[in-house]
Design a protein around this ligand. Structure first.
Ligand SMILES: Nc1ncnc2c1ncn2[C@@H]1O[C@H](COP(=O)(O)OP(=O)(O)O)[C@@H](O)[C@H]1O
Ligand SMILES: [Mg+2]
Length: 313
C-alpha cells in the first residue's frame, strides 16, 4: 500500500513498534470498514498520525472514516465527540472502539480555515466556531485537565532542576508559578476542544465547523493558545498574535490577562515537549514565550514576575 511519507514517519516516531504493526494492518482495517459499513473508501486526506479518508456508502451518502491507533487518545476523542454532539462540530455517526475507528459526517466543501489569508477575518470565523462549541465540563470525565498540564511541566522541572532545552531554571519556575496561579483561580470549568486551530476548522455549507477534538477540561482562554501557534506569517508574528488575542477576547468576551498568561505557560510547556536528546527544540513554539511575555508587559504595564508577586502561592 502506498502511504504518505510524512504520515509513515510520524506514526513510527510517535508509536514506535506499535505504530509499525498498525501501519502494516491498514489494508486489513480498510477492508474491515468497507465491509462493516458497506462503503467504498477513497484516497486519504493529508495525514498526520491517523488514517482519514472520505468514503461513499452504498446508498450514496458521503462520510469520513478516521482510523486511529486504539487507546487513550481514541477514547478521549470519542468522549469529546459525544459531549460536543450538535455543538458546531462534525457529527459522529458510528464508531468501533476495539479497532479505533470513527465514522463521521463529511463536511462539504471541507477546506480548512487556513485558506483565509486575512488573519483578523480568519480569527473572527474561528471565534464564531468557538462560540458554538462552548460546553460546560462534565462532572465526571476521563479527559485530561489543565491541572494535568501543570503537573506535566512540574515533572519536567523536577527532573531537570537546572533547566531544560532552551529554558533556564528561572523560566521553568516562572512558567510553573503562572500555571499554578491560573489553575488555582479557575472560576468555571469548560469542556475544551484541545486542538483548536485552522486545520481542524472546516468549511461546511456556508458556515465553519470544528473537527478532531482531543478533549481537555479547563478555561476557554487556554483552548485558544493552540490557534496562535498555527498558520504563522513569515514576518510580524508579534503583530499577528496581538491581533488574534484582541479578536478572540473581544468576540468571545474573554479575560485578556488570563489568555496571555496561558499563552506564556503553555508555550513553555509545548516547547519542552519538543526537546530532543541532542538539545534541539521547536523554535516556532519557543518564540511565543517571549511574545506573550512582551505582550503582557505592554498590555498591563508590568512584567509577569511583578504580577506573580501580587498574589501569594
Ligand atoms: N468530517 C470531515 N469532513 C471533511 N473532511 C474531514 C473531516 N474530518 C477530517 N477531514 C479531513 O481530514 C484531515 C485529517 O483529519 P483529522 O480528524 O484532523 O485528523 P488528525 O487527528 O490526524 O489531525 C482534516 O484536516 C480534513 O482535511
Ligand atoms: Mg487534525
Amino acid at each position: 500500500m502506498d502511504l504518505q511519507k510524512n504520515f509513515v514517519d510520524s506514526v513510527n516516531l510517535f508509536f514506535k513498534e506499535k505504530g509499525k504493526e498498525w501501519l502494516d494492518s491498514l489494508p486489513e482495517l480498510i477492508s474491515y470498514c468497507e465491509e462493516k459499513w458497506s462503503l467504498s473508501m477513497r484516497d486519504p486526506y493529508t495525514l498526520s498520525v491517523n488514517y482519514v479518508a472520505p468514503a461513499i456508502k452504498e446508498d450514496g451518502t458521503e462520510v469520513v472514516v478516521k482510523i486511529c491507533i486504539p487507546g487513550e487518545g481514541f477514547l478521549d476523542e470519542l468522549e469529546a465527540l459525544r459531549l460536543f454532539k450538535d455543538q458546531g462540530m462534525a457529527s459522529l455517526l458510528d464508531y468501533d472502539q476495539e479497532k479505533g475507528i470513527f465514522i463521521l459526517e463529511k463536511l462539504s466543501p471541507g477546506h480548512t480555515l487556513a485558506e483565509i489569508s486575512d488573519h483578523a477575518e480568519a480569527c473572527r470565523c474561528a471565534a464564531h466556531v468557538m462560540s458554538n462549541i462552548i460546553v460546560p465540563a462534565p462532572s465526571e470525565t476521563r479527559l485530561p485537565t489543565t491541572k494535568g498540564r501543570e503537573e506535566n511541566l512540574r515533572r519536567t522541572f523536577n527532573q531537570n532542576p537546572n533547566g531544560f532545552g532552551p529554558f533556564s531554571k528561572e523560566t521553568l519556575e516562572k512558567a510553573l508559578n503562572v500555571f499554578t496561579y491560573l489553575n488555582q483561580t479557575i472560576e468555571k470549568y469548560w469542556l475544551l476542544h484541545g486542538d483548536f486551530h485552522h486545520y481542524n476548522i472546516l468549511a461546511s455549507e456556508g458556515d465553519w465547523l470544528a473537527i478532531d477534538p482531543k478533549g481537555v477540561v479547563g478555561e476557554i482562554e487556554y483552548d485558544l493558545i493552540q490557534y496562535m501557534l498555527n498558520r504563522l506569517p513569515d514576518h510580524n508574528v508579534y503583530d499577528v498574535t496581538k491581533t488574534r488575542v484582541d479578536v478572540f477576547t473581544e468576540e468571545l468576551n474573554l479575560n485578556k490577562e488570563r489568555l496571555i498568561l496561558y499563552g506564556y505557560c503553555h508555550t513553555v510547556l509545548s516547547t519542552t515537549w519538543t526537546v530532543d536528546v541532542d538539545g534541539s527544540y521547536e523554535g516556532n513554539f519557543h518564540q511565543f514565550v517571549a511574545i506573550f511575555e512582551k505582550m503582557y508587559a505592554s498590555t498591563f504595564g508590568k512584567s509577569i514576575e511583578d504580577r506573580l508577586l501580587e498574589d501569594e502561592f
